[in-house]
Design a protein around this ligand. Sequence first.
Ligand code: NI
Length: 211
Amino acid sequence: MRFRPFTDLVFAPIFRLMTIRKIARMGHPILTQVAEPVTDPTAPEILDLVRDMIETMEDANGAGLAAPQVYVPLRVVIFQAPAGRAGAEIDAEEEYDPTAPLTVLINPEIEQVGDEVELGWEGCLSVPDLRGLVPRHRRIIYRGLDIDGQSIEVRAQGFHARVVQHECDHLDGMLYPQRMPDMRALIFESEVQHWLAEGSQKETDDDQNFS
Ligand code: NI
């Protein structure tokens, strides 16, 4: 049986109870591996994985999650970029969207657009309690497959582009501190207010968990 509407992934627990999976933490080798491509995105075990990832991400208040974070070395990510977090208007001319609904992306590829890079605060469910200032491409186009095996191509900017870059890094064994040019900006969440007081980074949002 296949569930066509994406919402069925979230709201069809009659068929199989979703499970909150344990999240790997920095230091576990699964987080440094390069994950394998998914050969059949429509396989039942991929549906089970994705449903569990959604449950796990929502339980942890994350903006995204990558399969290696739940100990599955496959190229699957989920993410969302709600309007309240986006911090930018949609670029009407180029249609690079700062927001995204809950999205499943399998075997993703990222193409950077232009040279613009911006710093922003990130956190990661695999690096609990910490935040860091990380440079990311401001605009990207990403491509991959959805849970039905259909091709996706999306133009993203701002927070949306950032969360996709963060999640896809997990598939290549990369955690955000490895992207940081200045480790002085790797801090505990509880100390973020000191950086706000300096006014050094207007994009800080202390409700912003990544994955
Ligand atoms: Ni993460």
